[in-house]
Write a protein that binds this ligand. Structure first.
Ligand SMILES: [Zn+2]
Length: 407
């Protein structure tokens, strides 16, 4: 049932009158069959048209397997038998540009890289073809892109005609189709490409506009090539040019210098991070020496107790380790940042079990968890928040620890 698909011979008519010959349902939505239609049903990688029949929106168009009838799925039933139809032309023309661009690109890949197209996908966001090869050099890609655009600039006519399979096989078909029946619709790009296809195409290659390859993805031995044509290529260029100009302005350089400038900035950032790390280590050592000097001499060791606020607990842990390397030292630290941490450490030559001390302090506070070894322990507790400002409560916790050491 191909004789009532008028888009086969004319892809440009987007307003027409037709007669409703059947009313049916598709997934709970009203759907009609028309005596003839220019609406394209989803097939061959090209999405369906949208538009309206009288005031009813055409939300989907598909082919019924049983009899190949074109079903126009609607948002409501049309009142009349004779309907005025209108196809959403920007959407249809976009599909024509992308689809025709795909024919050109696929032939260019065969011609220059011996790569066959084994898949085509067209969606509102992207257009891709899958090639049966695992790799392409950037030189090959450039050559394919250049040839494709040359074909566009040639403004070659594109025609479609039905012919017998045997006649079609006399042509340099890009791919021999695996279809039932003896009739094929062959789309010809004059002097360049012949392919069996039921889709809608522009009448001259010039209408495709720019063909731009934008991305490659390896997929299990195949290559997925994302590209865009016509208006999509313009919008893509516009968006990317905007980003490039913004980055150029930020870096106060020409767009051709962005790459080298970013490399330079990354190198400088790495060096700066290294310097900061070294300076932090020096500062921490200085702080460790200072704190050690303020330690309280107790019977068993010099005890350094301190509450820190708004400090990184990992940094304070480093500080505790640094100080406890000095002989005869016990470190009792608390951090409020604002999460709390208790950090207890001792040097190896001092007796005492820091994990045990921590447990006894947590027990005394009535809440908390933590653990560690006899030389280093770390814990936290919610009890420190009970009605008191945390730093004061932390001081009290450290005083309790000191008391434990005295016992
Ligand atoms: Zn096609």
């Amino acid at each position: 049932m191909t004789d009532n698909r008028l888009y086969y011979d004319d892809a440009y008519t987007n307003r027409f009158t037709a007669t409703v010959v059947e009313r049916t349902m598709v997934d709970g939505c009203p759907a009609v069959v028309l005596d003839q239609t220019y609406f394209y049903p989803t097939s061959g990688g090209q999405p369906h048209d949208t538009g309206r029949l009288d005031a009813c929106l055409v939300v989907d168009v598909l082919t019924r397997d049983a009899d190949d009838a074109v079903l126009h799925v609607l948002d409501a039933w049309p009142d009349e038998v004779t309907v005025s139809a209108e196809i959403d032309w920007p959407r249809r023309f976009d599909h024509m540009q992308q689809h025709t661009g795909q024919h050109i690109l696929s032939r260019a890949f065969v011609q220059l890289a011996d790569a066959n197209t084994i898949g085509f996908h067209l969606s509102p966001d992207s257009v891709t073809i899958d090639l049966d090869i695992p790799h392409l050099s950037s030189e090959q890609l450039d050559a394919v892109e250049t040839l494709s655009n040359q074909i566009v600039w040639d403004n070659r006519p594109i025609t479609a005609s039905f012919m017998s399979k045997s006649d079609a096989l006399q042509l340099a078909l890009r791919k021999v189709p695996d279809v039932d029946g003896d009739t094929l619709r062959i789309v010809e790009i004059a002097g360049f490409d012949w392919n069996a296809c039921g889709g809608t195409h522009v009448a001259h290659t010039g209408e495709v506009g720019l063909i731009k390859i934008v991305k490659l993805d390896r997929q299990r031995g195949n290559l997925r090539v994302e590209f865009c044509c016509g208006q999509r290529a313009l919008l893509d260029y516009r968006a990317k040019n905007g980003v490039v100009n913004q980055i150029s302005a930020e870096l106060t350089c020409g767009y051709w210098e962005i790459g080298s400038n970013l490399t330079k900035m990354r190198t400088e950032l790495q060096a700066a991070r290294k310097t900061i790390k070294q300076q932090q280590a020096t500062l921490l050592q200085y702080e460790a020496d200072q704190l050690h000097a303020t330690g309280e001499e107790m019977e068993s060791a010099t005890v350094i107790a301190r509450v820190f606020t708004e400090r990184d607990s990992a940094e304070i842990r480093n500080l505790a380790n640094q100080i406890s390397r000095k002989p005869g030292t016990i470190v009792l630290f608390a951090v409020y940042a604002p999460a709390t941490a208790l950090i207890f450490a001792r040097s190896k030559d001092v007796d005492g079990d820091m994990a045990d001390l921590l447990q006894r302090v947590l027990h005394q506070l009535g809440d908390g968890k933590g653990g560690g070894s006899s030389t280093f322990a770390q814990g936290s507790t919610n009890a420190l928040y009970n009605g008191k400002q945390p730093p004061a409560a932390l001081s009290a916790a450290l005083a309790a620890a000191k008391e434990q050491l005295r016992q």
